[in-house]
Each structure stands twice: as structure tokens, then as C-alpha cells.
Design a protein around this ligand. Sequence first.
Ligand SMILES: [Zn+2]
Length: 186
Amino acid sequence: MDWTRGSHGWQAGCTFGTLYTMAQTRKIALHYMQHASWAALPEDDRELLELAAKAARSAYAPYSKFKVGAALRMESGELVPGNNQENASFPAGICAERTALHAAMAVLPKGVVESIAIVVPQVKGTRPVTPCGICRQALVEQERRQQGPIRLLMGIVKGPVIETFSAETLLPLSFDSSQLAKKKAR
Ligand SMILES: [Zn+2]
């Protein structure tokens, strides 16, 4: 690798020029719905958002004070709430989305999650909170497990709602079990 001073600052030049000619720029488009308020949604979705907001009130978040609520609607009709559970050993804490997901799958191991609502009642601003990276990974694992997408509804109380049609939408180029297949060592 050679470094040269170009018009845009320092640039790396590679003696293996073919590496550059083989590169392609690819694009991933993110499609989601933005609803102006909960009132714009069907009753089932409003009910799920209400359950998530209610769950947030019981969250155990003495350290961050950032109370998050989640609620799942299973294909079989059950509603499963969850909230964040923090710990003095910070990494031991768990997010609301995974609390709800793991609680559901512990009792319904063949269950299919149709939708998950996520609400942070005391969030600043008007942008709904979206799941952290670990929760996205956990939700994508569940999509693989149930071989179908999970709708996400992320809402500000009585305000705007972001809806995605799958968890994978929020985690493109994700890692999954297909990449664990062992290859012969070279
Ligand atoms: Zn999370």
C-alpha cells in the first residue's frame, strides 16, 4: 500500500490495482411507514402500543431512568409485554424487546410473533425510539426461527409511529446461522 498526497488529502494507492476494478458500489433501500399518530392505526395496533406504554411504567431502570416498554402480538392471539430490566453490573441488564421476546418463546417455543410494539413514554423529541443493535439481532434470529417477518411498531405516546414490515429491514446484511456452517480448513 502506498500513501500519496492527493487533492482530497492523503489517499491510499494499492499496487494490486485489480482490487479496485473489481469493486462495486451497491445500495440497500430502507422502506418503512411513518404514521402521524396512533389514531391513524387499526385498533389492534393501538392496543399493542398501549400495552407497551403500560409495560414501560413497570420497567426497572434505576440507573438510566430510560424506561422502555415492549409488547408482542403472537399469531395465536396472545399478547406478551416486556420492559427493560437493569442491573448494577450494567451489561447484565436486558432491553424491553428481548425481555418480551424471550418470555414469549420460553412458554411458546413454536410461537410465531406477528408484531412487536416499542414505546418509551418519556423520550425527548418526536422521533420514536428504535431497537438497539442487539435487539435487532435477536428479532432477526426469531424471524429465521419462525420463517416469517415480524412487524415493528415504534411509537411516541399518542404521537408519530414508525412501522417496518420486518426486523431484517433494520438490520441489513445481518449475521445468521447460515454463516456458522463449517467449511473445510484450507
Ligand atoms: Zn435492545
